[in-house]
Design a protein around this ligand. Structure first.
Ligand SMILES: *[C@@H]1O[C@H](CO)[C@@H](O)[C@H](O)[C@H]1NC(C)=O
Ligand SMILES: *[C@@H]1O[C@H](CO)[C@@H](O)[C@H](O)[C@H]1NC(C)=O
Ligand SMILES: *[C@@H]1O[C@H](CO)[C@@H](O)[C@H](O)[C@H]1NC(C)=O
Ligand SMILES: *[C@@H]1O[C@H](CO)[C@@H](O)[C@H](O)[C@H]1NC(C)=O
Length: 382
């Protein structure tokens, strides 16, 4: 979308949704447009920010009278019955808005200015604004140059936990799939702080902090190394074995394990993470599958699948992979029951398929590893 303002795009989505809801000739199923109703993003980063708030913030920084006048002119005309006409009008509104709206970098500047002034009344709005803006990679890339990243990171120390939470969210969003920002966050020394926040007793803070930690270390050698040296493995095991911890934390941690294993697989990293080939970890993962959360079960299976494929887990495989067979059997019984009770619950069928796949991978690797072992035995000089 090039230089088009992210904020503008969000406004466009709102306008389209409102308009679709109003057009009676061609009813549109609103739930397909209902990003902001359904929190579809929940899985990715723990929730969608309030678009209303952003809209108000953005409008607050332009000329509200003009914008409102235009919106009224174009959206509430009574004689409007044709969807196509609507669409043309929406396009016009957007074009007008585009002229009126400040550019992304102007909005970034304004938000950063509010952060700099450190006035607690504006902080939350400014952070939410950045949250939307850094979704575009060019804005994320500019955040540090404009002085914003260190200001956001400084707010991880704010005494108000909601400010800390949103700050972690911004850091995570900016760093996600962005090696440049990942390295900037690491250089600014924010990872240990974020890791501490994962242990917060405010659950949202813990979740957003873990989101940020995962975003910063994903596929990043330095990040993984630092995570590990700061006791990341102990943190993971501690939370995973806490049966009363929030299931969202568990899901995210299990995905982090899958990521760490995948990194070793794909990049053949020299970075050895012994905790990945440790029965203590694998058993904790299996224990999680006794929960009836299908999403969690699926994530555990995906993580186990990656762990199984690591070269470093050969010994575990020869030894039955920490009771994999029993764990899979138990899961499959549980899933079969769910499939019976819930009229072929498709999700359960998929997860059951994944169980079979994991078992096959295990058997293949077992055969291969045994073969390799026998060869090396026969090659021992006599
Ligand atoms: C809208 O979509 C949902 C989910 O796909 C569906 O359950 C519902 O019946 C649909 N409603 C209409 C009016 O099509
Ligand atoms: C947060 O505060 C601690 C001490 O209270 C300090 O050591 C640390 O550098 C601060 N972190 C940031 C990012 O400002
Ligand atoms: C386990 O999680 C609960 C809920 O988040 C928390 O209150 C408790 O302190 C945790 N226990 C340990 C030992 O970390
Ligand atoms: C490989 O060696 C193991 C004992 O180490 C033995 O049980 C197994 O049968 C051997 N497999 C093959 C294919 O020779």
């Amino acid at each position: 979308m090039g230089g088009r303002s992210v904020v503008l795009l969000n406004i466009l989505l709102i306008v389209v949704a409102v308009s679709a809801g109003e057009a009676e000739e061609e009813p549109v199923n609103k739930s397909t447009l209902g990003l902001w109703e359904n929190n579809n993003e929940d899985e990715l980063d723990g929730g969608f920010p309030s678009l209303d708030g952003i809209l108000h913030w953005a409008i607050g920084h332009s000329d509200p009278a003009k914008l409102q006048q235009q919106a009224q002119q174009h959206l509430s005309t009574q004689d409007d019955h044709i969807l196509q006409k609507r669409q043309t009008e929406i396009k016009e509104v957007v074009e007008k808005l585009e002229e009126e709206m400040p550019s992304d970098s102007k909005l970034m500047q304004l938000a950063i200015h509010d952060l700099k002034n450190n006035n607690n009344n504006n902080l939350e709005d400014a952070l939410h604004q950045l949250l939307i803006l850094v979704e575009a990679i060019h804005n994320a890339n500019n955040l540090h140059n404009m002085g914003g990243l260190s200001l956001v990171i400084a707010q991880l120390n704010n005494s108000d936990h909601t400010i800390r939470t949103t700050s972690a969210w911004v850091v995570g969003k900016a760093a996600q799939n962005n090696p440049l920002v990942q390295n900037q966050v690491l250089q600014l020394g924010a990872l240990p702080k974020l890791m501490l926040m994962v242990k917060s007793s405010f659950i949202e803070e813990a979740i957003k902090a873990l989101y940020a930690v995962s975003a910063v270390v994903r596929n990043n050698d330095k990040g993984i190394e630092l995570f590990y040296s700061q006791g990341g493995d102990i943190m993971i095991q501690g939370i995973l074995s806490n049966t009363t911890a929030d299931v969202r934390l568990h899901r995210r941690l299990v995905s982090l394990i899958a990521d760490l294993a995948e990194y070793q697989l794909v990049y053949n990293s020299n970075l050895e993470l012994p905790f990945l080939n440790n029965c203590a970890l694998v058993k904790v993962l299996f224990d999680l599958t006794t929960s009836d959360d299908l999403d969690l079960q699926e994530k555990v299976l995906l993580a186990v699948k990656n762990l199984l494929m690591l070269e470093s887990t050969e010994l575990l495989v020869l030894d039955g992979f920490c009771g994999l067979k029993g764990a899979l059997e138990r899961m499959r019984l549980q899933l079969q029951q769910l499939i019976r009770e819930e009229n072929d619950n498709e999700y359960a069928i998929d997860v059951d398929g994944l169980c079979k796949e994991v078992n096959l991978i295990y058997l293949e690797k077992l055969t291969k590893t045994r073969g390799l072992n026998n060869i090396s035995v026969s090659q021992v000089p006599t």
